[in-house]
Design a protein around this ligand. Structure first.
Ligand SMILES: [Zn+2]
Length: 428
């Protein structure tokens, strides 16, 4: 192939971007050195990692390639579903069932000559610190809170004060229907993802007593079918939320329950939405948020303008409203804060009730935690022998386990690469 033609081709391709990179403007950062240096850094050296090749990821990959990033890596563990095609524009009907990361990478490389996209079809947890250390920047375009928490904690843990290169700016984008946010996280310096956990919508978990006894919403009936009726009827058989037969079963059970309590609104698609925890995705919201993330990536990589400090919110549900503010670091953030979180609770609280509290608290949200003190294990989820051995503690009241004045607890969960320190104090 005529490689000289390709080279020639892409030199002119970035004419408009070069207008920014060749000339400092009134808003450019002091560190900005206009000209070949910054262009070479962007096009020859900068290595950027994109987490997620779905709704946001497709937009992010296209924007990065078109602004001149040349060495892009992408991780996604999902395969392409027919329902993705309305907004994940790098995919075609023939791609259904294939890896999102691989298909997206091929599409971008075909479309934008000179760009290399290296895909990984798998989990972010498969990669080690050395892998993440090779990048200059990370952009997350995910729909999972858990994966974001993992990525955030991993990048915070990576920071070595002796080595400035170990600090990897993280740009996080997220959307939910007409709403979205983009933010810039400088691990250990600015507020991190975990610091702002309490800003998330309440997890869609309903109190079990409401589900069991006093349902009011169609969602309560669906939860009743999936949380209580499924295990009662099917025993150990795991529910497969991708299997239409399983969804149909849940739907008919939930609909019967709804009829009994005169509740309207249980539908097949709501059933699927509730059990799969589907967040509605709108192509245009994804486009706005992905574009903001990529502009920040470009500004950070080139110092050509001041970057976002540090949280941009888009609310499109009532007209359109956007707001930018500096979210503050939390001293008791379990990932970047260093200070323990204090909980004042009644001395009548049992260990099981404490665990429920930790799961429900907006600023902690640790599902299935294991708890220990510096000297003993209070409750461990795994291995089974230890779970069994520590299970009797669940019914014990905390003073019996921690002493009459409370104490420090270490809280961990298998899905999160960090532990939280919680200081328990008893109210009198
Ligand atoms: Zn934090």
């Amino acid at each position: 192939m005529a490689s000289s033609e390709d080279t020639h081709d892409w030199e002119g391709r970035y004419y408009h971007i070069d207008q920014i990179l060749d000339t400092p403007g009134p808003r450019t950062d002091e560190a900005f050195l206009a000209g070949d240096g910054v262009k070479n850094f962007l096009r020859k050296e900068a290595k950027i990692l994109v987490i997620g090749a779905g709704g946001l990821g497709c937009e992010i990959l296209a924007n990065l390639a078109l602004t001149g990033f040349k060495d892009i890596h992408v991780i996604d563990m999902d395969t392409i579903d027919i329902s993705n095609l309305n907004r994940q524009f790098l995919f075609r009907p023939k791609d259904v069932g294939k890896s999102k990361a691989i298909v997206a990478a091929e599409f971008i490389m075909n479309r934008v000559p000179g760009v290399k996209v290296s895909p990984y079809f798998g989990k972010i947890q498969d990669k080690d610190d050395a892998y993440y250390l090779q990048f200059n920047l990370v952009i997350c375009g995910l729909d999972s809170v858990e994966a974001r928490r993992w990525m955030n904690a991993t990048l915070v843990n990576l920071v070595d004060p002796e080595n400035p290169e170990s600090l990897k700016p993280l740009i996080d984008g997220g959307t939910e229907g007409f709403k979205g946010q983009a933010r810039v996280i400088l691990p250990t310096i600015t507020s991190c993802y975990e610091c702002s956990l309490d800003m998330l919508n309440k997890p869609t978990a309903f109190p079990i007593c409401t589900i069991a006894n006093t349902p009011r919403l169609p969602e309560h009936c669906i939860e009743w079918a999936s949380v209580l009726e499924w295990p009662r009827v099917h025993g150990d058989k795991k529910m497969d939320t991708d299997n239409p037969d399983d969804i149909s079963w849940l739907y008919s059970v939930a609909a019967a329950r709804a009829k009994e309590f005169k509740i309207e609104g249980v539908t097949w698609s709501l059933t699927q939405g509730v059990v799969k925890n589907i967040i509605p995705a709108i192509a245009s919201t994804n486009a706005i948020i992905a574009a903001s993330c990529c502009n920040e990536a470009f500004k950070i990589a080139t110092s050509s303008a001041a970057y976002l400090n540090n949280y941009f919110m888009l609310i499109g549900t009532e007209g359109i409203y956007s707001y930018t503010f500096e979210h503050e670091k939390r001293d008791d953030c379990p990932v970047c804060g260093g200070e323990a979180l204090e909980l004042s609770i009644s001395p009548d609280t049992t260990l099981e009730e404490l665990i429920e509290m930790l799961t429900e608290r907006q600023d902690i949200q640790i599902k299935n935690p294991s708890l220990s003190t510096s000297t003993k294990q209070l409750y461990l989820r795994a291995p089974p022998q230890l779970e069994e051995a520590t299970r009797p503690n669940l019914q014990k009241k905390l003073p019996e386990l921690l002493g009459p004045s409370g104490g420090e607890l270490n809280v961990t969960a298998g899905t999160l690469p960090f532990s939280a320190t919680v200081i328990i104090k008893f109210t009198t």
